[in-house]
Design a protein around this ligand. Structure first.
Ligand SMILES: N[C@@H](CCC(=O)N[C@@H](CS)C(=O)NCC(=O)O)C(=O)O
Length: 232
């Protein structure tokens, strides 16, 4: 049995961590049975981040390594037939979502005050009061420092939004009127795209980035299609 260790759902999404939502989406798409451990215990995570899995005693961290492991052990129903060019596109778009757009979303949730008030309430609201007062600002400081280390945190808010908007436009233009990112059939890239786009469109955090994404009806329709197909 596969156990997924992740954060508890928040913001009305299967998970407010796009990485945790990506993995759950992948497992559903690949029709693999799993159980969720939503305790969000980052201290126990092998790499200090969630999600990670325990697959009958094999512990794997990081969604890319987890999906690689799942494909090797349980088969690859989604990506086996991809051409080298499709694989290249898939890798490039995953980097766009995970290494670029992710940090623009972090900016809207953790750095900007209006987003931070919502994030604090959603992620730390159930913690007992003295703990909440310590952990929430510490977590925020940690993310601010990670963003700076990454480089994104050195830009102004307007520049970060502009970077994120460019990513969103690229995704919308590439998706165009196709049902899935790479055409008529869903692939693992769609687990990533759905998780990151739904986290941008459907979390109640207003920002220039989210308003930009809302201007592309194909992105909303895509997320609705993924939800109806894999989270019914
Ligand atoms: N590359 C990792 C990224 C995972 C990640 O960044 N997880 C974040 C939540 S979205 C996390 O656990 N953050 C907790 C922390 O940094 O303390 C993956 O693909 O799994």
């Amino acid at each position: 049995m596969i156990t997924v260790y992740q954060f508890a759902p928040a913001f009305g999404l299967p998970n407010a961590s796009p990485f945790c939502m990506k993995l759950e989406t992948y497992l559903r798409m690949a029709a693999l049975p799993f159980t969720l451990d939503n305790r969000g215990d980052v201290m126990k995570a092998p790499k200090g981040k969630l999600p990670y899995i325990d697959d009958d005693g094999t512990v794997v961290a990081d969604t890319a390594f987890i999906i690689e492991h799942l494909k090797a052990r349980h088969g690859d129903p989604l990506d086996a037939s991809l051409t080298p060019q499709e694989r290249a596109l898939s890798t490039a778009f995953e980097r766009l979502f995970e290494e670029d757009l992710y940090w623009a979303v972090v900016q809207t949730r953790w750095i900007e005050q209006s987003g931070w008030l919502l994030t604090k309430a959603a992620f730390f609201g159930t913690m007992p009061a003295p703990l909440r007062w310590i952990i929430a600002p510490l977590a925020r400081r940690g993310l601010r420092s990670e963003m700076r280390g990454h480089g994104m945190g050195r830009h102004s808010a307007a520049e970060i939004h502009a970077i994120g908007c460019r990513d969103v436009t690229a995704v919308s233009d590439f998706l165009a009127d196709k049902p899935y990112m790479l055409g008529d059939r869903p692939h693992s890239l769609d687990a990533t795209a759905h998780a990151f786009l739904a986290n941008l469109l459907w979390a109640p955090v207003d920002s220039p980035l989210r308003r930009h994404a809302q201007r592309y009806p194909n992105l909303e329709a895509y997320c609705q299609r993924m939800k109806a197909t894999f989270f019914a």
